[in-house]
Design a protein around this ligand. Structure first.
Ligand code: FAQ
Length: 311
């Protein structure tokens, strides 16, 4: 009966047994996962664009090889995530259709421009740093295929974060101009990075249900606070200043207090009006359109093979 299916699902959650593709699950659990996993996949793929912008201009062969590898990893993460979402009964074409029509979201962070080489440092350090903070707990998310995909993704993100921090460290100990470049990148990426964790808990539409289903293990504000606490110390280490005059260690709480986040800016970017939203979406739509001949050729080839096999 429906009730015993539901009970079985709840027992699994309570006992930390992962939910697998063939298990019964509530419709809304399935929907929430499709939404989150597909948006996560889109973020990885759109997230290749701001850094792709610097591959041809990396300052040395070593930096170029590392950046190229990082951007390829992001493509791989997108593919694992699309595969994980497909196990829930949505096709890749449907997901991409939702991205291209603007119906599906992707992370707000990728709608900001990468203006200087130091931005490659800031993106790796802050954006991948925030991504890891959010994704390590997702290795224990209740849906098996998503959790397993996250294990490998997190290992790679951790390399990405270090390569970004290393770029910042080198620039920060370089010439006056290089140090300024690093500080300028930190100034521009800090606030958008802490917005990546999503709206504050009171305004987070999905959090309560996603926590109850053990999809999310920590709330948006909890993860944001953890990220700020570790990143402030890293900034100190390399002699850069976090652009927040209200940032202050709170002895009683054992956390940093921080200034007000500009939520108008956040929602504006989420709604499609950030500095690069149109450019990012256009790049993905063009890639899709320009790849049509590859899909057509692959399909024609597979049909020809099928025909031959039938003869
Ligand atoms: N941007 O109720 P909540 C990466 C939307 S890391 C845009 O709190 P939820 C690695 C949200 O979707 C980045 N939209 O939602 C990389 C919802 O709208 P909807 C990707 C946002 O799902 C690094 C509405 O606001 N990581 O790609 C954002 O419970 C460097 C209400 O919000 C993930 O996706 C935002 N920042 O919590 C790649 C991690 N925040 O869907 C390249 C997995 C919220 O109803 C280079 N996702 N919204 O239309 C999650 O953990 C969650 O989905 C949250 C949001 C925490 C992002």
């Amino acid at each position: 009966t429906a009730q015993s299916f539901e009970q079985h699902f709840q027992d699994k959650l309570d006992n930390e047994v992962s939910i697998e593709p063939r298990d019964w699950m509530p419709d809304d659990y399935r929907k929430t996962l499709i939404r989150q996993i597909s948006q996560h996949a889109h973020s990885e793929i759109v997230g290749m664009l701001p850094e792709g912008n610097w591959i041809t201009r990396a300052p040395s062969l070593r930096r170029k090889a590392v950046l190229l590898a990082k951007v390829q990893d992001e493509g791989g993460h997108g593919l694992y995530l699309y595969s994980a979402a497909e196990t829930l009964g949505i096709t890749r074409d449907e997901m991409l259709g939702q991205l291209h029509s603007g119906k599906a979201k992707y992370s707000s962070i990728f709608n900001y421009p990468t203006l200087t080489w130091a931005d490659m440092g800031a993106v790796g350090w802050l954006v991948d740093g925030a991504a890891i903070m959010n994704q390590v707990p997702l290795c224990r998310t209740s849906y098996g295929p998503y959790a397993r995909a996250m294990v490998r993704v997190c290992k790679e993100e951790s390399f990405h974060q270090r390569q970004g921090f290393e770029i910042m460290m080198r620039l920060a100990e370089g010439s006056e101009t290089q140090k300024k470049m690093a500080q300028d990148a930190l100034n521009r990426w800090w606030w958008p990075s802490i917005m990546m964790f999503g709206p504050k808990d009171d305004d987070s539409a999905h959090s309560a249900q996603s926590m109850a289903w053990r999809i999310k293990r920590f709330s948006n504000d909890e993860l944001r606070q953890k990220f700020i606490d570790v990143t402030v110390e890293q900034a100190k280490l390399i002699g850069l200043t976090i652009p927040d005059p209200d940032l202050k260690w709170n002895e009683e709480k054992g956390h940093y207090d921080f200034g007000a986040i500009n939520w108008d800016e956040f929602w504006n970017v989420v709604k499609g009006n950030g500095p690069c939203n149109k450019e990012r979406l256009a790049a993905r739509q063009n890639a899709w359109n320009n790849g049509a001949w590859v899909r057509d050729a692959a399909l024609a080839y597979s049909e020809k093979r099928k025909e031959r096999a039938e003869k």
